[in-house]
Design a protein around this ligand. Structure first.
Ligand code: AMP
Length: 213
């Protein structure tokens, strides 16, 4: 299955991507995660991406398109993949088409802006394995500690309130038109993001059941 996860920042794409990845045994590729690691490692890519990310803007299309091109041609993607956070603009979607990618579905997780703001303020991420938790909606078993690998959880820099507003504005103006792009291709599936992760997962599982083997 080749799947795209669409939705506002904080809609729960990362959490659902992890779960779908486990269930279907295919990798989840998060461009945001790749860029954050590049920043941490101080690579050229990281240096280029940092100022855009810190302000809540999108990294230039050609940068993320090059990343995705490399990943999709790797061995681990040969049985399918989940793209979490790519494409985020029409030119990025057109670049995927130009690569000859055949998508099975585009899953859009819909969450109203007010809820997004509430969620982002409570979001905690693991700097080691990239897992996401939320202090209210998906709390770790031990406060402040990643369930998966035991590292200390952190607040992402771009989850700061002023950056969240910019990210939402960017989402509505540049990313949201992708809904129409993919519904025009007949592959858009819309799921309402729920308060509880488990409830969203149940809707996602039902929506993807026809792709199970
Ligand atoms: P995310 O973790 O998906 O919320 O991404 C965090 C940040 O990384 C975004 O706010 C953008 O600055 C950047 N980013 C991630 N994916 C993309 C993309 N496909 N196109 C442009 N910028 C991206």
């Amino acid at each position: 299955m080749n799947l795209i996860l669409l939705g506002a920042p904080g809609a729960g794409k990362g959490t659902q991507a992890e779960r779908i990845s486990e269930k279907f045994g295919i990798p989840a590729i998060s461009t945001g995660e790749i860029l954050r690691s590049a920043i941490k490692e101080g690579t050229e890519l990281g240096k280029r991406a940092k100022s855009y990310m810190d302000s809540g803007a999108l990294v230039p299309d050609e940068v993320v398109i090059a990343i995705i091109k490399e990943y999709l041609s790797s061995e681990k993607c040969k049985n399918g993949y989940i793209l979490d956070g790519f494409p985020r603009s029409i030119p990025q979607a057109q670049a995927l088409d130009a690569m000859g990618v055949k998508l099975d579905a585009v899953l859009d997780i819909e969450v109203p802006d007010e809820k997004i703001v509430d969620r982002m303020s409570g979001r905690r991420v693991c700097p080691t394995c990239g897992s996401t938790h939320h202090i209210k909606h998906n709390p770790p078993k031990k406060a402040g500690i990643c369930d998966k690998c035991g590292s200390e959880l952190q607040i992402r820099k771009d989850d700061a309130p002023e950056t969240v507003k910019n990210r939402l504005d960017t989402y509505h103006s540049i990313t949201e038109p992708l809904k129409e792009y993919y519904s025009g291709k007949g592959i858009l599936i819309v799921v309402e993001g729920q308060e509880k992760v488990e409830d969203t997962s149940a809707l996602v599982n039902a929506a993807l059941s026809r792709f199970e083997r």
